[in-house]
Design a protein around this ligand. Structure first.
Ligand SMILES: [Mn+2]
Length: 209
């Protein structure tokens, strides 16, 4: 999925984004759910890990995904608060939201629970991880501390649940489009003891005016 190019007067990119989710063996439905949605010119990337087991957890994950898909806000705090309200009475979920503005100048990220969000820089081997906030969306929402980062062409935004290891060889993702990067990450990083979910988004150079 790609979003349009905005006119920021300077560099403007487009976003190539993809979701890959794999249910733990024996489970029919994954408790991990990824969302890519457009709000205005911005792109909302989100990944959810429903807590607990079975259908109840999958239902909570779906409920959060629905809220995010329908969100009219491009503020990760607002979206997490809306998820928190919608998940009252469920076991809750870990949710991380990353919002890329039109033109891909910045990404703004916030999360509750253990869904990682990393920014792999194209320019070097650097990686920026969003600090995770303890808490449970739907049960106990902590004070949210969104962080905003500048983006550049080639940067890769990766969200992954705790069903994907932290120590995969990230360099293999360097040149891939989002769909292949997400699939590679699942293939190489899935722990095999949990559902595994990835949202990957690559910043691509926009068409010059
Ligand atoms: Mn999990």
């Amino acid at each position: 999925m790609s979003t349009g190019v905005s006119e920021l007067g300077g560099w403007a990119g487009v976003l190539d984004a993809a979701v890959a989710v794999r249910a733990y063996r024996g489970e029919i439905e994954s408790r991990d759910a990824g969302v890519i949605a457009a709000v205005g010119g911005a792109t909302v990337l989100a990944l959810i890990d429903g807590l607990g087991h079975g259908r109840e957890a999958a239902r909570a994950a779906r409920a959060a995904a629905l809220v995010i898909e329908r969100a009219q806000s491009d503020d990760p705090e607002h979206i997490l608060q809306a998820c928190h309200a919608a998940l009252q009475g469920t076991r809750g979920a870990a949710v991380t939201v990353a919002i890329v503005d039109a033109g891909c100048a910045t990404v703004r990220m916030a999360g509750v629970g253990n869904v990682s969000c990393r920014l792999r820089r194209a320019a070097d081997t650097g990686e920026l991880a969003t600090p995770l906030r303890g808490g449970i969306v739907g049960a106990s929402l902590p004070r949210l501390v969104p962080s905003t980062r500048q983006l550049a062409s080639g940067d890769l935004i990766l969200l992954h649940t705790d069903g994907v290891r932290d120590d995969v060889d990230w360099s293999v993702l360097r040149t891939h489009g989002a769909a292949l990067a997400a699939a590679r990450l699942l293939d190489q990083g899935a722990t095999g003891t949990d559902d595994a979910g990835v949202v990957a988004a690559r910043v691509l150079p926009g068409e010059s005016a």
